[in-house]
Design a protein around this ligand. Structure first.
Ligand code: ATP
Ligand code: MG
Length: 387
């Protein structure tokens, strides 16, 4: 099949020849059904993790107790997971134990939504016991089996429904949505890392506003940190980059960046992005030095979002006026410092260059090596280069 890779074909065939049923499963099948090129494709099999390891030379154990082994074929890494059923969920977030099974149907039954509970076998035959293909055609998200039970077992599925609304633009089937409303409070049992993973994907979806609307409509937001209030959604329609969804989330809740960052356990990079944009939004006056550090798209976006006094035309003009666009354009670099100011202490070089960069951007000196030297001699030499 045209979406197969050499590695995936090899793994499926090898398992099959050894007498184990093996199929393609998971999110990639949705993409195939929608006529899109799938991202990496997952393989499920009746073989146990030990049996998988015995069949392939190079494997990585990434969670044998849950049944997942990575098989390395050439440059490819393929996730191969043993069919399993999940029994009781006393904490609404993790099955109490995982049971490996030999039946594909058992494995598909424990999956979240019908569109995610399909398989394709080695001959290319679709296995679709819960009508996932039809629901994909109808663009609806529907729980496998009893929605009530499925959300009680694992509350993350409700958040996943919301993220799929954002990425696919589907709507949630009414019985499934009713169950979300009913069990909304269960999401307070979830580990924040799992919610965050789904939110990362949600923020990147094209239908984010629709997804947030669902979050509010079902009342799920009331059990999320830092979002008890229902918020106007219009600004989110602006997201579609240049900025990260988390930035809006932070701004939106009128919280300092630290609150949202802490509650959702954001990464350092995400914290820095939030910091960067909140700083921009709060800066009293946008100088050339401010404008220099952000792209025009970012400036226009933050301006609109924060009802800044600057006009679009002003910002375009300021951007066009900048004598340099980045450090690389500066007519003076580290080598020049060594050459002209050999006595300058290493620890001061960074600051010296930043001060030159700033002076050039603010047009206190033109971007010309000779003139920069003159300016340094007059303004910073004594302070930074003589101690
Ligand atoms: P994506 O394309 O974004 O990776 P995906 O559907 O593959 O979407 P994954 O998180 O990679 O999402 O999960 C792979 C598969 O595992 C899903 O398609 C689904 O069948 C199953 N699954 C994942 N999370 C759950 C869950 N919480 N409950 C039940 N089944 C789940
Ligand atoms: Mg996936």
């Amino acid at each position: 099949f045209k979406w197969e890779t050499k590695g995936s074909r090899f793994v499926i065939e090898r398992l099959f020849e050894a007498g184990y049923e093996a199929v393609y499963v998971g999110g990639a099948l949705r993409d195939i059904a929608l006529g899109l090129t799938p991202k990496d494709i997952d393989i499920a099999t009746a073989a146990t993790p030990e049996e998988i390891e015995a069949l392939f030379h190079r494997t990585i154990d990434v969670g044998k107790e849950h049944g997942t082994i990575i098989v390395l074929v050439g440059e490819e890494q393929l996730e191969v997971t043993t069919y399993r059923s999940e029994s009781t969920y006393s904490d609404h977030r993790r099955p109490d134990d995982v049971t490996f099974v030999r039946s594909l149907h058992e494995d598909l039954k424990r999956r979240d939504f019908t569109m995610n509970a399909m398989a394709i076998d080695h001959r290319g035959q679709w296995i679709d016991p819960f009508d996932g293909l039809r629901h994909i055609q109808e663009r609806t998200i529907q729980a496998v089996g009893q929605a009530d039970e499925r959300f009680e077992e694992d509350a993350l599925r409700m958040i996943r429904a919301v993220r799929f609304v954002s990425t696919l633009g589907f709507t949630v089937e009414s019985e499934t949505q009713r169950a979300m409303q009913k069990h909304a409070s269960l999401i307070s049992y979830l580990a924040m890392e799992r919610i965050k993973q789904e939110f990362d994907k949600m923020f990147r979806g094209e239908h984010l506003v629709q997804a947030l609307h669902l979050l509010y409509e079902t009342g799920l937001h009331r059990y999320l940190p830092a979002s008890q209030e229902e918020l106007p959604l219009q600004p989110f329609s602006l997201v579609q980059q240049p900025i990260e969804g988390w930035v809006l989330w932070a701004k939106y809740h009128h919280l300092t960046s630290a609150d949202v960052a802490k509650a959702y356990k954001l990464s350092k990079k995400e914290r820095e992005a939030i910091e960067r944009y909140l700083t921009l939004a709060q800066e009293r006056e946008w100088t050339l030095w401010t404008v220099y550090h952000y792209s025009l798209e970012e400036l226009l976006f933050i301006r609109r979002l924060n009802e800044r006094p600057e006009t679009e035309q002003q910002l375009r003009q300021m951007k066009a006026q900048l004598p340099i666009q980045s450090k690389r354009d500066l007519a003076f670099d580290g080598k020049d410092v060594k050459r002209y100011y050999p006595n300058c202490l290493g620890e001061n070089i960074g600051q010296l260059l930043t001060e030159i960069e700033r002076a050039v951007v603010l047009r206190k000196v033109s971007n010309d090596t000779e003139e920069i030297i003159e300016w340094v001699n007059e303004h910073v030499y004594e302070r930074l280069c003589t101690k």
